[in-house]
Every structure is written in structure tokens, then in C-alpha cells.
Design a protein around this ligand. Structure first.
Ligand SMILES: [Zn+2]
Length: 105
């Protein structure tokens, strides 16, 4: 089950345990979320394999291999360009983890 469906199931489960929760509200909210999820693209296992490789390539490309003179001069020991690359690397790894993909670094 995708993370989004698991989150929806957990939310519904919590709502059903709450005696004060409106069943109408739970049903309407769940229906709206299901309709939203139904429009999401579905990735096959092969698609995920390609996406995992693309993310691994992106991580390799963005992961700072070293430092530059601007890094040396920066009080944080990391220049803005290399900090941006590190943020992008973190975002790629978070996306991979969210999709259940392992990225070799
Ligand atoms: Zn730098």
C-alpha cells in the first residue's frame, strides 16, 4: 500500500475510534481523498526501478564531492552552491525513501 493510502487508512481508523467524530465528515473526507489519490499516476515496478536509478544518478551528480574556495571562505564551511546541492541531495533521498527505494551512495 502506498504511503498516502496507509496515511488515509490510519486517519480513518483513528476517526472511527473517536466516538465524537462525525461519520458523515469521515466519509466525505475519505471520499475526497480517495478521489484525489485516484488521479495520481501509478508507477509500475519497472517505472520505480528507472526512477530509483535516476534518483541515484541525481544524488551522485549533486552530492558535493569536495569543497571549493567559497566553502573555505564561508563561516559555515559550506558555500551557498554546495549547500543548495546538499539540500537537493537530501530531497532526492527523501523522495526515494518515501517511495521505498534504496539509493546506494
Ligand atoms: Zn563550495
Amino acid at each position: 500500500m502506498s504511503a498516502a493510502l496507509t496515511a488515509l487508512a490510519d486517519w480513518i481508523d483513528a476517526q472511527l475510534s473517536d466516538e465524537l467524530a462525525s461519520r458523515q465528515h469521515v466519509a466525505e473526507t475519505a471520499l475526497a481523498r480517495i478521489e484525489e489519490l485516484a488521479t495520481c499516476p501509478v508507477l509500475t515496478a519497472a517505472d520505480l526501478g528507472v526512477l530509483g536509478q535516476a534518483l541515484a544518478d541525481a544524488v551522485t551528480y549533486r552530492d558535493p564531492a569536495g569543497f571549493c574556495q567559497d566553502c573555505e571562505d564561508s563561516p559555515a564551511a559550506l558555500c551557498q552552491d554546495h549547500a543548495d546541492d546538499l539540500d537537493k541531495t537530501d530531497a532526492y533521498l527523501a523522495l526515494a525513501a518515501g517511495l521505498g527505494l534504496e539509493i546506494d551512495r
